[in-house]
Ligand binder design. Structure first.
Ligand SMILES: *Cc1c(COP(=O)(O)O)cnc(C)c1O
Length: 386
């Protein structure tokens, strides 16, 4: 019996809701996608939601709507999934990485500020900073937002891990401190639509622009057309967009799951508090918690205190996998990947992210994780280090 690090939870009601769409008139471009968009934006407290077929697509149209193009510079965290960085490269821009803070594991504010000061002198300031809320814990958005005004950059929150979490009393996704926030609904994330993502914003023109980019650059709204409509059949392509649409089938699953988002996050926090209580802090660094931030606990990441453990990182990892606990590692520093090496990034670029990579491990956390299985994970971990 394998215990994965994460797993979706699909109920009979979810299946019923998807089935209704399959029996309806519209499998795509029907009423369920707008309903899902409104439900998510109401849930997080933002004005607009633009659904897409993945968070990766949503990040791409978010960059495009903010005008990222050739010659621009985008920055993101060194410790993230490649999609947070690839979305900038799709737009032809340059990318650079900000090192993480050793406690929060998110973008380090001091490193960011120092890098901004240097970039101002060299005239290489970023147009957009893509902030990642690792494991579902918000980065320090208030501080980043203050820097964005001083150095004139836009902010995208890659909140792929973080729906259901909150920061300073606001749900993540409210965009209080950012221009756009992106969620992922991949099955391993908090709630799922199969594949899917959504971009949230409070800015109407950004929402309209993302809608265009999502759907071939085409509008059917006469007010947005630059030429006279030829008749009822007419639509106008205004720019070069993509087909990044979410289907109504996927939206029905997402909408059905959204009802349980708070419950899921609450269960994840309960599981986390059991790990916090039971895991031996003399061998493991546990997640950093502060009162300003309520994590969605998409991931529970421990870091091995290798100077106190007789085993190597790899040995502990292999031990857990051999016992059927499918631990994982989030993430390989983005610039360690072959593609990014070719772009010229070198080892040593973000030392904290590299050290983190040498000791981190994601252990199982998901709503259906039983108490019995969680205890197994805890016991195997204790054994693994001796
Ligand atoms: C999962 C994930 C993505 C990509 O999400 P998809 O919906 O699979 O495209 C992007 N960024 C981060 C941080 C993620 O974890």
């Amino acid at each position: 019996m394998m215990i994965p690090y994460g797993r979706q939870d699909v109920t009979k009601k979810d299946i019923e809701n998807v089935k209704k769409v399959l029996e309806s008139d519209f499998l795509t471009q029907g009423p369920v996608v707008p309903k899902f968009e409104k439900a998510v934006s109401d849930y997080v407290g933002s004005k607009y939601g633009v659904a897409a077929n993945s968070a990766t697509s949503a990040l791409h149209i978010a960059c495009l709507a903010l005008g990222v193009s050739e010659g621009d510079m985008v920055w993101t965290s060194a410790n993230t999934f490649v999609a947070s960085s690839n979305c900038a490269l799709y737009c032809g821009s340059k990318i650079d990485f900000i090192d993480i803070n050793n406690s929060t594991l998110n973008i380090c504010i001091d490193n960011l500020e120092e890098k901004l000061k240097k970039a101002e002198i060299n005239n290489t300031l970023p147009k957009v900073v893509i902030v990642v809320h690792l494991a579902g814990r918000s980065a320090e958005m208030r501080e980043i937002s203050i820097l964005s005004k001083k150095y004139d950059f836009k902010i995208i929150e890659d909140a792929s891990h973080a729906i259901g979490g909150s920061y300073l009393g606001n749900k993540i996704g409210s965009c209080k401190y950012s221009d756009i926030t992106v969620f992922s609904f991949h099955p391993v994330k908090i709630i799922t639509s199969g594949e899917g993502g959504m971009a949230l914003t409070n800015d109407r023109s950004l929402a309209e622009s993302m809608l265009l980019f999502r759907s071939h650059g085409i509008t059917r709204n006469e007010e947005q057309m630059s030429q006279q409509s030829h008749g009822q059949w007419f639509y106008e392509q205004k720019l070069l967009g993509f087909n990044y649409r979410m289907t109504d089938i996927h939206a029905a699953l997402g909408l059905s799951q959204l009802e349980r988002c708070d419950e899921y996050v609450s269960i994840r926090n309960q599981l986390a508090s059991i790990y916090n209580y039971k895991l031996d802090r003399s061998f493991f660094n546990l997640p950093y918690e502060t009162s300003d931030s309520y994590s969605s606990y998409h991931l529970y990441i421990i870091r091995l205190k290798l100077d106190r453990i007789k085993k190597t990182h790899k040995e502990v990892f292999n031990y857990m996998r051999d016992k059927g606990v499918l631990v994982n590692l989030h993430y390989i520093p983005v610039y360690f990947h072959a593609y990014y090496k070719k772009l010229g990034f070198k080892k040593g670029h973000c030392p904290n992210a590299e050290k983190y990579y040498s000791e981190a491990m994601s252990i199982p956390i998901f709503p259906a994780l039983s108490g019995k299985d969680q205890l197994k994970v805890i016991n195997f971990l204790s054994e693994s280090v001796i």
